[in-house]
Design a protein around this ligand. Structure first.
Ligand code: MEV
Length: 444
């Protein structure tokens, strides 16, 4: 039977599910339809909105939306929405937030907000002449050409901040680039940037092709592509926490004193600075928090992810995004991270829960959102490294794991209480929990 299909996108949602069930699940389509439609939103308008975000939509894929309270950031309290499927993440963020709330809270500061876009093109004329004419004439002409696109953004305090012409011909024949810098204020700015870039590309070709100074030597120019860059190393936020070492308290039920903790913690961060294997996991812990808030606000977490990891490799080796120091008996833990985010436009204003998230966060500007998101990243990293360097990660994880296993085995409330007491001092495994429940149920 052929699994090829024409006109799939034109089929109704139910027809799509039916076709998928028949061709790929080999199960009763009626059951599959029931299962998939079970996740449709009751509110028809809300479902229509969700369907409109993507293509060939057949149902929704729910992921938990949680709240991490007690975040004190720059003297203000926040409860932070987090959308994440991994257990322990929200609990860990809340825990770290509470810990630092009583130690001065998080200090966050935006360092820069520049976004980047590129026009990639081929040019095979006289380089020197090209650079000279570009810098003395064309650049201004390009800036003038996009005025109709930038007018509104300029009213809001944004616009094009600069254009550089870069020669890549040593690496790729005839390849040049316009690297363009933008301020997009509260919007992520993808459409704005891409519109400007396409106009730059078009006008640059017109300028060069009609310029007699280039026609003499029969030079040619061709735009290869115009697109924003998700690498924004000048769109940075710094977040830090700090307190006297002795104020850190004790860890692991009093077994570990503040100084020992601080020393072990700082060493763990240094290890993530020097070893990419550890750095990757260390930064993954940071992204657990960052992605969860980025998703809750309707921002593009893939863009944030790709940018952050490029930034973590900016000196040629992948390293930890966070740093820790102990100087003059002060424990300082900080992060500098690129976060190109928006609080207007795109999904931020379309998705009903993204709108709510922003409301819960006090309808922040994009810069304030950078501070909030960066803070959650640092909090998440603190929680993970604290747990790794004290009790170990499995203790907390296993508690959550046990809850999930019990739920999957339809344990009753009474069984849950008994299982939690029993596994307090034992290693949790699926078979162990199954055996425990079986013996409980047999002896009832
Ligand atoms: C798990 O999702 C994240 C951690 O592995 C992060 C870390 O190791 O720092 C706990």
């Amino acid at each position: 039977m052929s699994k090829e299909i024409q006109g799939f996108s034109k089929m109704s949602k139910t027809e799509k599910i039916q076709w998928m069930a028949k061709n790929f699940l080999y199960s009763n389509p009626i059951d599959v339809i029931k299962e998939f439609t079970g996740f449709w939103h009751d509110n028809i308008e809300a479902q229509k909105l969700l369907d409109g975000f993507s293509e060939n939509t057949i149902t929704n894929f729910p992921i938990p939306f949680g709240i991490a309270p007690n975040f004190l950031i720059n003297g203000e309290m926040y409860a932070i929405p987090m959308v994440i499927e991994e257990s322990s993440v929200v609990a860990a963020a809340s825990n770290a937030a509470k810990f630092w709330m009583t130690r001065g809270g998080f200090k966050a500061k935006v360092i820069s907000t520049t976004k980047v876009g590129q026009v990639h093109f081929s040019f095979d004329g006289d380089k020197e002449r090209f650079f000279h004419i570009f810098n003395t004439e064309y650049k201004q002409k390009l800036l003038n050409a996009v005025k109709p696109i930038t007018a509104n953004m300029e009213k809001r305090g944004g616009g094009v901040k600069g254009i550089d012409l870069i020669d890549f011909t040593q690496l790729e024949m005839d390849y040049f680039q316009l690297r363009c810098y933008f301020e997009t204020v509260d919007s992520m700015g993808a459409n704005f940037i891409n519109s400007c870039l396409e106009e730059f590309g078009k006008v640059l070709v017109e300028l060069v092709s009609s310029d007699p100074r280039f026609q003499v030597e029969d030079s040619s120019i061709e735009v290869i592509m115009c697109i924003l860059s998700n690498y924004t190393p000048e769109c940075l936020v710094k977040v830090e926490v700090e307190c006297p070492v002795d104020d850190l308290g004790t860890f692991d039920d009093g077994r570990m004193k503040a100084r020992e903790f601080a020393t072990r913690f700082a060493k763990a961060v240094r290890i993530a600075q020097i070893d990419p294997y550890r750095a990757t996991t260390h930064n993954k812990g940071i992204m657990n928090g960052i992605d969860a808030v980025v998703i809750a606000t309707g921002n593009d977490f893939r863009a944030v992810e790709s940018c952050v990891h490029t930034y973590a490799s900016r000196d040629g080796q992948y390293r930890s995004l966070s740093e820790c120091s102990i100087e003059n008996d002060i424990f300082n833990f900080s992060i500098i991270i690129p976060l190109a985010l928006g609080t207007v436009g795109g999904l931020t204003s379309l998705h009903p829960l993204a709108k709510r998230t922003l409301e819960v966060l006090g309808n922040p500007s994009a810069s304030r959102l950078m501070e909030i998101v960066g803070t959650v990243g640092l909090a998440q990293n603190f929680a993970a490294v604290r747990s790794l360097t004290t009790t170990g990660i499995q203790k907390g994880h296993m508690k959550m794991h046990l809850t999930n296993i019990l739920a999957s085995m339809q344990a009753t409330d009474e069984e849950v209480i008994m299982a939690k007491a029993y596994f307090e001092t034992k290693t949790v495994s699926v078979s162990g929990v199954r055996d425990f429940l079986q013996s409980l149920r047999e002896h009832k």
